[in-house]
Design a binder for this molecule. Structure first.
Ligand code: NAD
Length: 248
């Protein structure tokens, strides 16, 4: 695996499970990492992650579901980094608000689509020009095993299927600039996002996973590290699964 020395990386949702591990992995490999998160203590979280990883991680507060908030983020990143440069974007921030369609109100639908899908547009649109100018970039967006459909997740599945379409289209648009665009589709990964699933249901799910366990955030971070390497320059437009053999 190549080093990420001198690379600038933006990880949205970097105060959470997968995002924090990804930020630390990229930082250990030498990247200058910005975590962008709605969490009010994102700056303190970045300091902790910097200490743990021995790398350089800065926290900036943003609501990725809001376009103007992402434009403001671009200005803040420029100040922190000292130049208009972005090598790696990890569109990772996401939420779930599960309910059967019959019980789902409009606000619940709307919220998840905004955070899980609009975010990819809002963030990528604001930073992609910097990648195009330098003729290099690595964009990885978090889809999910649920993109193909899952009971109680019409909002989340629609957003995560949207990420697959976004990735396919954008990979074709940006290939000529040396920018790769990929999505990953994790199965169940042990983070706070799973907290709303009752223990009994979770045990039933784990029994169906061939590896009989949840994935670890660091296992997802390794995949993101691979897809954002300088070496992986010919992989684009892919949706890579990481699920312990579990498929719906
Ligand atoms: N954990 C899993 O089982 C799993 C499986 C498939 C896909 N994913 C996806 O992986 C990504 C990361 O999930 P996780 O498991 O680490 O979840 P998590 O809840 O641990 O972390 C999500 C982070 O996103 C941040 N966030 C939420 N809304 C935001 C907003 N509007 N603006 C900025 N930041 C916001 C949260 O503050 C949090 O720090 C998500 O996109 C999720 O859908 C997770």
């Amino acid at each position: 695996m190549d080093s990420k020395k001198d690379m600038i990386a933006l990880v949205t949702g970097g105060a959470g499970g997968i995002g924090s591990e990804t930020a630390m992995t990229l930082a250990r490999e030498g990247a200058r990492v910005i975590i962008a998160d709605l969490y009010e203590k994102v700056e303190e979280t970045a300091e902790i992650l910097s200490r743990k990883s021995g790398g350089k991680i800065t926290g900036l507060r943003v609501d990725v579901s809001d376009f103007d908030s992402c434009t403001k983020l671009r200005g803040e990143v420029e100040k922190v980094v000292g130049e208009r440069r972005m090598d790696i974007i990890v569109n990772n921030a996401g939420i779930t608000r599960d309910a059967l369609l019959t019980k789902m109100d409009f606000a619940t639908w709307d919220k998840v689509i905004r955070v899980d899908l609009y975010s990819a547009f809002n963030v990528t649109k604001n930073f992609v020009e910097w990648m195009i100018e330098r003729k290099f970039g690595r964009i990885v967006s978090l889809s999910s095993i649920s993109w193909k459909g899952n009971v109680g997740q019409v909002n989340y599945s629609s957003a995560k299927a949207g990420i697959v379409g976004f990735t396919g289209s954008l990979s074709r648009e940006l290939a000529r600039y040396g920018i790769t665009v990929n999505a990953i589709a994790p199965g169940l990964i042990d983070t706070d996002i799973l907290k709303s699933i009752p223990d009994k249901i979770m045990q039933g799910i784990i029994e169906k996973i061939p590896m009989r366990r949840l994935g670890k955030p660091e296992e997802v971070a390794s995949l993101i590290s691979f897809l954002t390497s300088r070496d992986t320059s010919y992989i684009t437009g892919e949706v890579v699964s990481i699920n312990g053999g579990f498929n719906f």
